[in-house]
Design a protein around this ligand. Structure first.
Ligand code: ADP
Ligand code: MN
Ligand code: MN
Ligand code: MN
Ligand code: MN
Length: 325
């Protein structure tokens, strides 16, 4: 079950002073995106921000991949997300994505003894403070500094339930914008980890056993949901309709059955549910939203390794179609 896991690649281009980054290309046969005999693929700049790693007037340029006839490449999930976002633009969808990840050194999560054995059970680590509770603080703080310097819409960071596991949140922003910022924030995380000689895992269940997995809870609202309660319920019901739970879960990242077991603050992947304040449901309505009778919902199912363009496209398609009626 699941779709291939999308990743990141980068290369550097030196331009004349003041030049605007234009269309570029790369060797698709080296990335699994082309055959050797017809290997050129097109890079089309779609989002640009300051490059806090290189500094100066350097910029980071996020690109869509196209074929040489300028049609979207089959791996280009952003193109499809753009189409769906445009179709429902008048509903003003917002997303906030909570990206969990695990830092590794020497094949083990930070905070796990290098020689073998295990740290004390989960409990003190979530939002922990102090040398015995959190591992990798300096790296995590530098990542936040980079994201802010790049001008990304980043909402916060926290230490997670398993040692060496952390989270940052991107949003609220529109369906394409939140995913653009997420990919650049992931890029900056991978770069900052290089500086520390640490590796980043987006694996959904990096440690088997009694350790929390890593997700990408996706918070979602439309203008109508931000104004009243009925649309909140409509959205929750739409996500549970017919084949929708299976369609979503299949696209919510690799290894979904390993993480959505029904334990460790998850709902079983095979059963859709929603509820107020319920961290054991597929979709949670935050308690404050029920009190205020307006706000947003949290889809807790996406894995940490999910492609955010796929999640936001599916949620907009499913929920905005239902809300349109
Ligand atoms: P949790 O309590 O589940 O850990 P977080 O505080 O980590 O929640 O993340 C909540 C996310 O929801 C943030 O990214 C925030 O920007 C986003 N958010 C807040 N309000 C809305 C809204 N109306 N629509 C969509 N996302 C929202
Ligand atoms: Mn070359
Ligand atoms: Mn969170
Ligand atoms: Mn979390
Ligand atoms: Mn959450």
């Amino acid at each position: 079950m699941g779709v291939p896991t999308a990743g990141l690649r980068a290369k550097t281009r030196v331009l004349a002073d003041g030049a605007v980054p234009g269309v570029w290309g790369f060797d698709g046969s080296s990335t699994g995106q082309a055959e050797g005999r017809s290997s050129d693929r097109v890079l089309r700049p779609v989002f640009t921000c300051a490059d806090p790693v290189r500094g100066g007037d350097a910029v980071l340029v996020l690109c869509e991949v196209e074929n040489i006839d300028f049609s979207p490449h089959s791996s280009n999930t952003r193109a499809e997300a753009r189409g769906v976002a445009e179709r429902f633009a008048e509903q003003e969808a917002w997303f906030g994505i909570e990206q969990e990840y695990t830092l590794f050194r020497g094949g083990r999560p930070l905070g796990f003894p290098e020689g073998g054995g295990f740290p004390a059970p989960q409990g003190p680590y979530y939002c922990g403070v102090g040398g015995g509770a959190v591992f990798g603080r300096e790296l995590v703080e530098r990542h936040l500094d980079y994201c802010l310097a790049a001008g990304l819409t980043i909402a916060g960071i926290n230490a997670e339930v398993m040692p060496g596991q952390w989270e940052f949140q991107v949003g609220p922003a529109g369906p394409v914008e939140v995913a653009d910022h997420m990919w650049v924030a992931r890029y900056l995380l991978l770069r900052v980890a290089e500086e520390f000689g640490v590796s980043v895992s987006f694996d959904a269940k990096p440690e088997k056993g009694d350790w929390n997995g890593a997700g990408a809870h996706t918070n979602f609202s439309t203008k109508a949901m931000r104004e009243s309660y009925d649309p909140i319920i409509t959205a929750c019901e739409a996500l549970g309709e017919g084949d929708k739970p299976a369609e979503h879960v299949r696209a919510y990242g690799s290894g979904i059955e390993d993480r959505l077991t029904g334990q460790h603050e998850t709902a079983p992947w095979s059963e859709y549910s929603y509820g107020v304040s319920n961290r054991g449901a597929s979709v949670r309505i935050p308690w404050q939203v029920e009190v205020d009778k307006k706000g947003y919902i949290e889809d807790r199912r996406p894995n940490a390794n999910v492609d955010p363009y796929v999640v936001t496209r599916l949620i907009v398609d499913t929920c905005c179609s239902a809300l349109e009626k």
